[in-house]
Design a protein around this ligand. Structure first.
Ligand code: ATP
Ligand code: FE
Length: 370
């Protein structure tokens, strides 16, 4: 079967067709990044207009590229939570209209769950349920046990910022965008690249967040505020002009990346130890598996370090192909396939009007305090 996936939760209009074997038949993605960076952030009504302007075209291109007729689709999957309500609405309305016209079931998709399940599209035989997932993106930072679509247990999450958000804000404050090679990049990418040319990667020191807390939560506000303070101090020292950049920005980026990596490792280690305790038996008989996903999983320094850590617990690590780590329609379509596989009894939804958006929707909570 073929599932069409529609993603409009934030600033990317993504539509894709994926089949049961995880083959991607087409993947259309219109990014709004260049519009929003000009204004220093996403303006929701503007994002909505851009989704509206492009969604029909994305759908048509998607069918043409896949060489598939609409009647051949088994179902329509669409992100309905969490995200910017105005953006979510565009995708949901379009999906409802399509599903009704074609008389196909409509599958609502939780955006973070789609990030979490995406690695299975490429490694279906290696990643079985349940697995531990570290979700690191522009809006979230979560550790969860994944038992199947719709069955995630949250072990911890950020108390303030998300790591991608912190990278983006710090990169903007650092004014990395004045360097031509970084103008079109997102903050995380620019920081990862700049860090590679550091001469003194230990020049900047960041404390480990939540070092004393015995849980799996995260916090990036301290790292962010420390960064702002350190950048300001350096700018004063060097008399950096208002549109300039500190001379040792590479050293700073290396220190920042190292601090974020250490924090992510610290919390992931705790989650691994918790899940592997026989009393908790969260992996059951399955061999322990860790999946790292979301836009920040693109980062090789972060992923390699997490992978190494997991290896010390005999736990194998995976992440989606890089092109599917950040938002796209493929992961929504794949989540639809996962729903079909989990739901072979066929209790599929034709109650289109009852599927609605939910701006901020969380997972079930399971605290890891002790
Ligand atoms: P969410 O999924 O939480 O709703 P989002 O969909 O906006 O948020 P994603 O598209 O998953 O987020 O990821 C975008 C984020 O990933 C950006 O904040 C960006 O800085 C970060 N990112 C992308 N590439 C890298 C990289 N190489 N290193 C670090 N961060 C990166
Ligand atoms: Fe996302």
């Amino acid at each position: 079967s073929y599932v069409l996936g529609i993603e409009t939760s934030c600033d990317d209009t993504g539509i894709a067709i994926v089949d049961t074997d995880g083959r991607v038949h087409s993947n259309v993605l219109y990014s709004q990044q260049e519009f929003h960076t000009r204004y220093g952030g996403i303006i929701p009504p503007r994002a909505q207009d851009l989704h509206r302007a492009r969604i029909e075209d994305a759908y048509k291109r998607c069918l043409v590229e896949a060489d598939i007729r609409p009647e051949q689709l088994t179902a329509i999957a669409v992100t309905n939570r969490p995200g910017l309500p105005l953006s979510l609405l565009v995708g949901l309305r379009f999906a409802r209209h399509l599903a009704r016209k074609l008389q196909k079931p409509l599958l609502p998709v939780h955006h973070m769950e789609a990030h979490a399940l995406q690695a299975r599209m490429e490694h279906i035989s290696a990643i079985s349920f349940p697995f531990l997932c570290l979700l690191i993106s522009g809006g979230h930072c979560q550790l969860a046990m994944v038992h199947g679509p719709g069955k995630l247990t949250l072990l911890g999450q950020t108390l303030d910022d998300a790591p991608g958000e912190a990278f983006d804000k710090i990169a903007r404050r650092l004014r990395l965008y004045v360097l031509p090679q970084y103008r079109a990049w997102n903050g995380g990418q620019a920081i990862e690249h700049a860090a590679q040319s550091a001469l003194f990667p230990d020049a900047y020191d960041f404390p480990l967040p939540l070092a004393q807390q015995r849980n799996c939560n995260f916090s990036f506000a301290g790292i962010k505020n420390n960064s702002f303070r350190a950048i300001r101090a350096r700018e004063r020292l060097e008399h950096t002009p208002p549109d300039g950049i500190i001379s040792n920005y590479s050293d700073f980026c290396a220190g920042l990346l190292q601090a974020v990596t250490r924090h992510l490792m610290h919390r992931t280690q705790r989650a691994l130890e918790y899940c592997l305790q026989p009393a908790n038996g969260l992996f059951g008989d399955a061999s322990p598996t860790l999946v790292v996903s979301g836009g920040v999983a693109n980062n090789d320094v972060i992923y390699r370090n997490i992978e190494h850590l997991a290896g010390q617990y005999n736990c194998r690590s995976y992440r989606p192909f890089k092109r599917y780590c950040s938002d796209n329609g493929v992961m929504i379509a794949w989540h639809g396939i996962e729903q079909l596989m989990a739901n072979s009894a066929g209790n599929l939804r034709f109650d289109y009007q009852n599927i609605d958006i939910q701006g901020a929707a969380g997972f079930r909570d399971s605290s890891v305090e002790d």
